[in-house]
Design a protein around this ligand. Structure first.
Ligand SMILES: Cc1cc2nc3c(=O)[nH]c(=O)nc-3n(C[C@H](O)[C@H](O)[C@H](O)COP(=O)(O)O)c2cc1C
Length: 392
């Protein structure tokens, strides 16, 4: 297939005598044309004995001194340019039917210029740039995680850093004990480390994979088998996690609230989540303690209460007025009065108490609200979540 390039002719009279001025005009047009990445250019370098290599870099500025890009001195291009400081650049602005070729000597920018550029980058990019030796194969992902965490700790104004890992980090899923060892090393350096493990039910994971049409990174026979394999691989990590979050029923906003709730005020210690749920939809996977309140009369059978949620005062009054409710709650509170100081003493950061009724709409909702209120009155950090209240 051949494409005709007929947009514009180029005559000598059209171009400026100064190639940098001419480049400036064309570059402005490329920027205004809304191209995907007008600053992207191919940079070709060569070893002293003439072996060429090329890659994309981004133009960060240009003036009469030349064309500026930034890279790591230890990268392949950095090493080649140090030994043979000549390079060629090519811009290809396809939609404008235009390429620009530049050749010449290369010199490092001043230290002040490159530091100013480095500090202008988002802190995440600074960290990755410093942690990852460009162009070299790193031993494994765990080494990289450790290096990022170490660097994050020496940052001047950085006291917190989040690292995200998932099964796509191949190397660590093959041998998760490497990662556990890396985490232990960080703990040994007195770094206050929390491992948050995100998971979801098989059913929800399968649905998500089907919706995104992505292949499962673990690569078993089918999605279900890959999920089982992945659970197996990550079992040890999950067991050691400080917080396990089941995202099956969370939308992104709820997940955000949960993570914020867990980390907003870490120094304050134990954070208790009281969650209501319906047994008919299954147990919450992240519960530490499960309480069954199906022994109480069910407002579902009271026609005027049936459509109302447990947060409605009419349902609340009904549930609290039942014979067993007061005594049951008093006993539950007494139980927690024994357990909670123990959890705090043991340094537990997160506790999920799950209260279940049949559908998760009435009794469990009322009592979860009651318990969270009692915990707050007692001075604990507690929040309430209703997993199934909106289901029919
Ligand atoms: C669009 C695009 C822009 C890039 N910009 C840069 C850049 O500005 N600096 C850089 O060091 N690498 C950049 N890279 C990555 C390089 O192409 C290359 O993979 C990396 O620098 C290692 O190259 P080397 O091993 O030849 O040194 C970019 C890649 C792409 C696809």
């Amino acid at each position: 297939m051949r494409r005709e390039y007929t947009r514009e002719a180029l005559t000598e009279a059209d171009v400026d005598a100064d190639p940098v001025v001419q480049f400036g005009r064309w570059f402005e047009q490329a920027e205004q044309a809304g191209l995907l990445e007008p600053t992207a250019m191919t940079l070709a370098t060569a070893t002293p004995d003439g072996r060429p290599s090329a890659r994309m870099v981004l133009l960060r500025g240009f003036d009469e001194r030349g064309f500026c890009f930034y890279t790591n001195h230890e990268s392949r291009k950095g090493v080649e340019l140090a030994a043979n400081p000549r390079a060629a650049l090519v811009f290809w602005w396809g939609e404008l039917e235009r390429q620009v070729r530049i050749e010449g000597p290369v010199a490092p920018t001043s230290r002040a210029e490159s530091e100013a550029y480095f500090h202008s980058r988002p802190s995440g990019s600074q960290l990755s740039a410093a942690a990852s030796p460009q162009s070299r194969v790193i031993q494994d992902r765990a080494v990289l995680e450790r290096r990022v965490a170490e660097l994050a700790m020496v940052g001047r104004d950085r006291t917190r850093v989040a690292l995200v890992m998932d099964a796509r980090g191949g190397a660590f899923t093959a041998d998760v004990s490497e990662l556990s060892a890396a985490l232990d090393q960080l703990r040994a350096q007195d770094i206050n480390l929390r491992v948050v493990f995100l998971e979801a039910s098989d059913e929800v994971l399968i649905r998500r994979f089907e919706a995104t049409r992505r292949r499962h990174p673990v690569g078993g026979e089918g999605v279900a088998e890959s999920i089982a394999l992945e659970r197996d691989l990550l079992r040890e990590l999950r067991a050691d996690a400080d917080l396990v979050v089941d995202t099956s029923d969370l939308n992104v906003h709820e997940l955000r609230a949960k993570i914020l709730g867990a980390f907003a005020d870490e120094a304050a210690g134990l954070l208790i989540t009281v969650t209501s749920f319906g047994f008919k939809y299954g147990l919450p996977l992240d519960a530490d303690m499960v309480v069954d309140v199906r022994f109480l009369p069910n407002p579902h059978w009271v026609p005027e209460l049936r459509p109302l949620p447990g947060t409605d005062p009419a349902v609340r009054d009904y549930v609290l007025a039942q014979d067993g409710t007061g005594l049951f709650m008093a006993r539950l509170e007494a139980l927690l009065e024994v357990a909670l100081p123990g959890y705090v003493q043991e340094g537990k950061q997160y506790l999920t108490v799950a209260i279940g009724c049949t559908g998760g709409k009435h009794r469990s909702v009322v009592l979860a609200e009651e318990l969270a209120g009692w915990l707050t009155d007692k001075g604990y950090r507690a929040h309430v979540a209703h997993r199934d209240v909106e289901r029919e």
